[in-house]
Design a protein around this ligand. Sequence first.
Ligand SMILES: Cc1cc2nc3c(=O)[nH]c(=O)nc-3n(C[C@H](O)[C@H](O)[C@H](O)COP(=O)(O)OP(=O)(O)OC[C@H]3O[C@@H](n4cnc5c(N)ncnc54)[C@H](O)[C@@H]3O)c2cc1C
Length: 406
Amino acid sequence: MPSHDALVIGAGLVGSAIALRLAQEGLQVALLEQSAPGREASWAGAGMLSPAPDSPAAIPLVPFGRASLSLYAQFVGEIEEISGRQTGYRSEGAIELLFSADAERELSTLIALHHALGLPTEPLPLDEAAKIEPALTRRAHAAAYFPYEACIDNRALIGALLAAAEISGVKMFPNMHVSQILIEHGRCTGAQAEDGTTFKAQNVVIAAGAFSGLLKGIVPPLATRPIRGQMVAFNSHEKTIRHVIRCDRGYLVPRDSARPQRLVTGSTLEDAGFDKRVTAGGIEKILSTAQELVPQLSNAEIAETWSGLRPDTPDHLPLLGPAGVDGLTIATGHYRNGILLTPITAKLVREWIVEKCVSMDWEIFDPLRFHRAKEESARSDDSPSENPASDNEAAGDQAGRKFAHK
Ligand SMILES: Cc1cc2nc3c(=O)[nH]c(=O)nc-3n(C[C@H](O)[C@H](O)[C@H](O)COP(=O)(O)OP(=O)(O)OC[C@H]3O[C@@H](n4cnc5c(N)ncnc54)[C@H](O)[C@@H]3O)c2cc1C
């Protein structure tokens, strides 16, 4: 029966970064992955590193996203150095185009909201936008510039991170589908795989992304659900754009690490269970937005289409922290921001396990919050909102706020 100091379940960006941080502390770490490591959401994502909120529900995430972004350059430098691989990190910033008749007012609202959240977003005059990105459409009515944003080739990053973890001593177990978390006398003692292998450990970390809610043995079960996102990549022989370009319906992300340059464009937000099919309707919507942003893409060669499953939660915020049972820590539910949030998540989980206390407020991400809210409402017999996220969204819409697509 294999025995380790820590088991990490799920070899996406989140699990691999946590495994690396724990191994760097001298812990014997096993990283258990149900299929090939790094081939789920962490592979499928667009790689934008944007702490800007993409909906009113994401506003509480902004400080966490800013903290993670501030760690990114160093995180990537370290991973590249250990692994000897490049990750395609670039920090040119992002441009958002606004198309509505009321674009100027929307721009002022967006800038005011971002400044209140500590994000130095700037208005970008349209002639300036055309100078720095000549391929952009001239049909937008206003533009904003996000000089602090970055992006990364997340496929390159997950490859480098897995290599760095292995070099640092993490033991990989690919094709190891964990079915059951083992709890004995109020303590988590390990996990059991579908093939019957039992792994014993002092610490178990759940980083199984959209699949986390399927794990048996965790009470209450983790409130994750998959939200499908479809994607398209173009081959771009003449480096069509340098910045991430977005609007409220989609985005374009340049990836120079591929030869020729690739432009990754997305996406859809679909509640389709674990179905990862790419559909005509999804691709049509993505292609029409991409061509609206950069008209010359109507002649571009489509290199690839794919989809991935974002790990969503009822309030769209991550599930992070101790799970109410000794030895069990949760790190999942990163929804549309898991690539951005990987460094800060790994930092916090290392602090929980190694230092037993953390350096940031994390209570809004408490993995037991839905359960606690249910218990409280049963006690007070007060009926709370059925869906806090949609209440927030309605409030945001009334305030006339503008949110970009991620
Ligand atoms: C189309 C799309 C675009 C996105 N764009 C962005 C973006 O621009 N910026 C951003 O920050 N985020 C983005 N995201 C979100 C981001 O990709 C995710 O939040 C992040 O990758 C989640 O990482 P993870 O490691 O938690 O999950 P995953 O990468 O899904 O990894 C979880 C792993 O756990 C494994 N696993 C699951 N169950 C078990 C089990 N029982 N036993 C063993 N292993 C198991 C899975 O096989 C998987 O490899 C996007 C996502 C999608 C789908």
